[in-house]
Design a protein around this ligand. Sequence first.
Ligand SMILES: [Zn+2]
Length: 352
Amino acid sequence: MSGLKRTIIRGGLESLYFTGAYSALERYVGGVGVILTMHHVREPRPDRFQPNRLLEITPRFLEGVVKLLRRSQVDVVSLDEMHRRLSERDFGRRFVCLTFDDGYRDILQHAYPILKEAQMPFTVYVPTSFPDRLGELWWLVLEAVIANNDSIGLVVDGKNRTFACASVADKRALYDELYWWVRSRPTETEMREIVRNLAACYAVDIAAFCKDLCMDWRELAKLAADPLVTIGAHTVNHQMLAKLPEKTARSEMDLSRAVIEAVLGLRPEHLSYPYGDPTAAGPREFAIAAELGFKTAVTTRPGVIFPEHSERLTALPRISLNGEYQQLRYVRVLLSGSATAMWNSFRGQEAA
Ligand SMILES: [Zn+2]
């Protein structure tokens, strides 16, 4: 994300907070609840080049969020309870669901003790290739290649190109450019091929990220044994489903549920679409998830939950706790629905 975009988002959050507009707007745009998205919870790193910092919040910040939720007039509930409230249209009190994507080990280490202490339910969405140690966390490969080199050679549209990335500013700009270029490849196969080549050329061990950062099945079993924890499906290979043939997209969703059931002895009833934006999950995926019998499925499209979402349970929006904005006043604004309403140009109800 560019510095300018970050400044604009921060400015929007600040003005909604300091003008008090967020609390005035809440009754119009706050909906009935919020599903929060998180990824890593871990101590901050001092590195200046951290293009994936948006995916991590600190344990201290999570503790602050827990305290804030305790003080707010909301119920922190499991996805099953959210599903019940939506199905029975039981909207007496606002709810918040806490969800973590990808199954990182720091969730067990840092988030679990905090949420256990607070007795707050939460969900971990697991792509089964990660605990199977076959996952490719390609965005970290890209980060490592750019961090470790002063220039990078890459074949783009059939031409050899060299990108300079000696300074931190150049590294940030190049990461953004290459991340979105890789994401926009027409197929996952092509995308993965580019990253595998980069890893091979610049001696980055792709498999190590999965082993070092993601929970194995034994660790997941420990979490799954706690009734506070819901284990959700996040496909097998963490691919952009919308770019896959229909049959493959369907089996990515279905098979991941079968694998989790076989290993952990519980059948996931909730799904998170990898990446979750419109390029990764659309109407076809929402329909397949419903056909496969998932009770709910979440995107990363930003928004709060409205009563109308009970008709669209496999296309639910979420709100990300972004590591670039770790201020509790921003969380207040986000929970009110006013920030996402503004980003969605006040199309709140239709935004899924
Ligand atoms: Zn994910």
